[in-house]
Structure formats: structure tokens, C-alpha cells
Ligand binder design. Structure first.
Ligand SMILES: Nc1ncnc2c1ncn2[C@@H]1O[C@H](COP(=O)(O)OP(=O)(O)OP(=O)(O)O)[C@@H](O)[C@H]1O
Length: 435
């Protein structure tokens, strides 16, 4: 670290933090000692007018200083109010009432309302004064300026610039289909961690071997035909898949089949709205609800709403849902197929794995994925296959990349983590970071 000015504040013992009372007494800000680096450690330090500090000491000092300030504030009943308010708000996020963005928006609205109220008060007071006595300069201009400024700040917060440029080239390299020994596919699924009593519904993952993906054209056409037949017959469950024209409107011109939306629990609806907020801001996110609370379902519904809304992408040159990649443990691949078939039946779902129903060259399957479909296509693969075949996966510009059981990429140097970094996609989501 280098700075042009010499630190004039009184320093104390190495790494020690000056108590803020002492700092107040001394009428100086609280500071920590910045260790000057030995001049022979850094050539820069030999330059005239430049002073070098140890970055580690600087960072540690800042963290300690912030911690001390926080502890002091929270022990002070006068100052602790904002913290308790924050906890209340956090509760609303934790219980699935609001998304963090909605909370911010609400806070901003409240702030704006307070300004408006103060402005209205000032105005009334001003009028009364004017009537009663000499005209005094009005404060309304500055209040409305303040209000305009805050509104502008709120608008500015919403504007994000993205420079992602997709490259759609797919080359024709000849690859043999990899027959992996992923015996975990055959194993009964094991739930990790403690059951914290929150699980709503059991996954029934041992059924998954019977579920076929849409890798085979004939099977896929048959599934869609059956679904359309059943959807045209009015039955109790047909609402999950019918093309009802009734939609629930979401923000930014997105919508979702109303019958399906109404099947979601409240916190799941909040989750889907939050996924849309991330999408709009082009930022990735981690959906880490407890096991079995419906993360897979929320993702399926979110993808479905993107397909159904057919909104023009801010990044790609098309509307609706583009090719989406889901990477998960091999034991969960067929469960994903099942949930997608249930909640988003028109989507074509491919498994890229030796247990999938596609028989042919791997790059033919990848090319099939690259085709834009009205109802989207989702490719599911295992972490092992993904890491081995990263060259193939990185040929596509993925619309979304979703990592289930995302703690698999916890090790920054693991092959799979490095492979994930090679993926070309503007939208990344992680599920189940850790349990
Ligand atoms: N709103 C709902 N209505 C009906 N069934 C639901 C609903 N939400 C979830 N389910 C069902 O509950 C089960 C668990 O949901 P899901 O697989 O999405 O949970 P999950 O959070 O992804 O679980 P895990 O963390 O174990 O991967 C599934 O069978 C799913 O179909």
C-alpha cells in the first residue's frame, strides 16, 4: 500500500487499536498502527514521497476497528435501534415474506415517503408563516430537490451495464461417448445433514431410474403428445401443464401460468420473484433453502416463466429461454428430469451422461442443445462428466448455468471448479451451498 501523504496521526503499538474514547479525547479519528514495510522488501518504498504499508496489517487493523465500533454501538441503547430494525427486516427475508430487493425497495419507498411527509409539513408550516407574518424564503425548493435527487439515485441503482458478448460457434470435433463408471447413479439417494424437521415432501429419489430424459426424439415426441392429450382433458392435475391463458404477472413483463403459480407456497413465490430480480440485474445467486423445501421446483418455475414470457434477452439476440445447463450429483439427475417434466412439461430435457437416453456422438447432443426452442431446453449432467467434458460444454453460450449441491466447487483448485469458470454464461445460480 502506498500513499503520498505522511501519516500525521499519533501511532500506538503494532497492530493495537486505539480506543475510540482515547481517539475522541485526542480529537483524532481512531487509528491503528500501520506497519511500515522494510525498505528492502519493496522497491517502491525507496521512491521519494512514497510511504509503503503492510497490506495485511492494514486490512486486519480495519477489520478490528470496525468490529470494535460495532460492539460499542450495539452495547449503547441509544445507538442500537437501527441494528434491531435490521434484525426485524432480516426476519422478513428469512421467513420468505420479502426478497432482499423488495426489502430495499420498501425501505427506499419508506425513506421517500418520510421525505415527502417532511416536505408536506414544511410546506404547510411555510404557508402558515406566510399568512401570519413576513414572507420568509421558502424551503420547498430544497426539499423537492432532495426528493428528486433520491428518486434519481433509486433509478440509477436499477441501471446495470452488461458487456457479455456471446459466441455461438460449435465445432465438429469427433468424440466418442464417454462411458463413465459412476456407480453412484445406482445408489439410493442419501440425505445429507440432519433432518431439521422442515422438509415438506419427500423426494422419492429411488424412483428416478425409471424416468427417461428427452434425449431420444421419438420418446420426447411421445411424451409431449401424451402431455398435450392429458392437458386437453380436464382433470385435477392438468393445471400443472395446461396452456391456460391465465397468467400471473411478475415484474418487468415476466409472467407465469397462474394455475402453476398458485400451487407454490408463499416462500417459493418469493424465491421465484427473487430469481427474477437477480436475472434483471444480471447477477448470480445462491438459493440455499433447507433440503426438500422446493429449490428444484422454484428453478423449474423460474425457467418456465422465462420461456412463457418470451421477453427479449438483454444479452442474447433472442427472446425466451435459451439453452440451460444444470450440473448436479449423478444421483440427482433423473430427479431433475422428473421435476422439470412435472412443473415445466414442454421443456425438452437432455441428460448428458452415460445413463441418459441419447445414443450418438457427444457433440451431436451438444449441438442439439444449441438449437433455440420455444419452450427451452435444459441439459443435465453430473459434476464428473462436466469436468471431463468441459471442452464440449464450453462450446455453447449457455443462457443459464445452475449448479445443484454447489459445495462441490468449494475447493478453488479442484478440476470441477476450474471447469465451471470456463463456462460461457451471463447467468449463474448455485443451489444448496452447504448443509
Ligand atoms: N408447492 C409444491 N406443491 C407440491 N409439491 C411440491 C411443492 N414444492 C415442492 N414440492 C415437492 O416436494 C419435493 C421436494 O421438492 P424439491 O425437490 O424441489 O426440493 P429441494 O429443495 O430441491 O430438495 P433438495 O435440497 O433435497 O434437493 C418434490 O417432490 C417436489 O415436487
Amino acid at each position: 500500500m502506498a500513499g503520498e501523504e505522511k501519516n500525521e496521526v499519533e501511532t500506538i503499538e503494532d497492530g493495537e487499536i486505539m480506543d475510540s474514547d482515547d481517539a475522541e479525547a485526542a480529537d483524532t479519528p481512531a487509528v491503528f498502527n500501520r506497519n511500515a514495510i522494510e525498505t528492502d522488501e519493496l522497491e517502491l518504498a525507496n521512491l521519494p514521497g512514497v510511504q509503503a504499508y503492510s497490506a495485511t496489517t492494514l486490512e486486519r487493523g480495519l477489520v478490528d476497528q470496525a468490529t470494535n465500533a460495532f460492539v460499542k454501538t450495539s452495547n449503547d441503547p441509544q445507538k442500537s435501534k437501527p441494528q434491531s430494525q435490521i434484525l426485524d427486516f432480516d426476519d422478513q427475508i428469512a421467513t420468505g415474506e420479502l426478497t432482499p430487493f423488495e426489502l430495499l425497495q420498501r425501505n427506499n419507498q419508506e425513506k421517500l415517503q418520510r421525505i415527502k411527509d417532511a416536505y408536506a409539513k414544511e410546506k404547510t408550516a411555510g404557508k402558515t408563516k406566510k399568512r401570519k407574518s413576513d414572507p420568509t424564503p421558502s424551503t420547498s425548493t430544497s426539499a423537492s430537490k432532495r426528493s428528486r435527487k433520491i428518486k434519481q439515485e433509486l433509478r440509477d441503482d436499477d441501471e446495470e451495464d452488461s458487456t457479455y458478448t456471446p459466441d455461438t460457434e460449435v465445432d465438429d470435433e469427433d468424440d466418442d461417448w464417454l462411458e463413465e463408471d459412476e456407480s453412484e447413479v445406482d445408489k439410493a439417494p442419501k440425505k445429507k445433514g440432519k433432518n431439521r424437521g422442515k422438509t415438506l415432501l419427500s423426494k422419492g429419489r429411488d424412483l428416478t431410474k425409471k424416468i427417461k430424459d428427452d434425449g431420444n426424439d421419438a420418446d420426447y415426441n411421445e411424451r409431449i403428445r401424451k402431455y398435450q392429450d392429458s392437458a386437453s382433458i380436464e382433470s385435477g392435475d392438468s393445471s400443472l401443464g395446461t396452456e391456460d391463458e391465465e397468467y400471473h404477472e411478475l415484474e418487468n413483463n415476466f409472467k407465469i401460468n397462474a394455475a402453476v403459480w398458485n400451487k407454490l407456497y408463499k416462500y417459493q413465490k418469493t424465491g421465484v420473484r427473487w430469481l427474477h430480480e437477480l436475472h434483471e440485474h444480471c447477477i448470480g445467486g445462491i438459493l440455499a433453502d433447507e433440503m426438500g423445501l422446493g429449490k428444484t421446483v422454484q428453478i423449474a418455475l423460474f425457467l418456465r416463466s422465462i420461456a412463457e414470457s418470451n421477453v427479449k434477452s438483454r444479452i442474447f439476440d433472442y427472446s425466451g429461454l435459451g439453452p440451460t445447463l444444470i450440473v448436479c450429483p449423478a444421483t440427482l439427475m433423473h430427479q431433475w428430469v422428473k421435476e422439470l417434466n412435472t412443473w415445466f412439461p414442454l421443456c425438452r430435457v437432455f441428460i448428458f451422461h452415460s445413463s441418459g437416453s441419447f445414443h450418438g456422438r457427444k457433440d451431436d447432443l451438444i449441438q442439439k442443445m444449441a438449437v433455440k426452442r420455444k419452450n427451452g431446453s435444459v441439459m443435465i449432467t453430473s459434476y464428473d462428466t462436466f469436468a471431463i467434458e468441459i471442452d464440449l460444454f464450453s462450446r455453447i453460450d449457455w443462457y443459464y448455468a445452475i449448479l445443484d449441491e454447489g459445495h462441490k466447487i468449494r475447493n478453488p483448485n479442484a478440476r470441477v471448479t476450474l471447469a465451471v469458470k470456463e463456462l460461457r454464461t451471463p447467468h449463474r445460480l448455485i443451489l444448496n451451498l452447504d448443509h
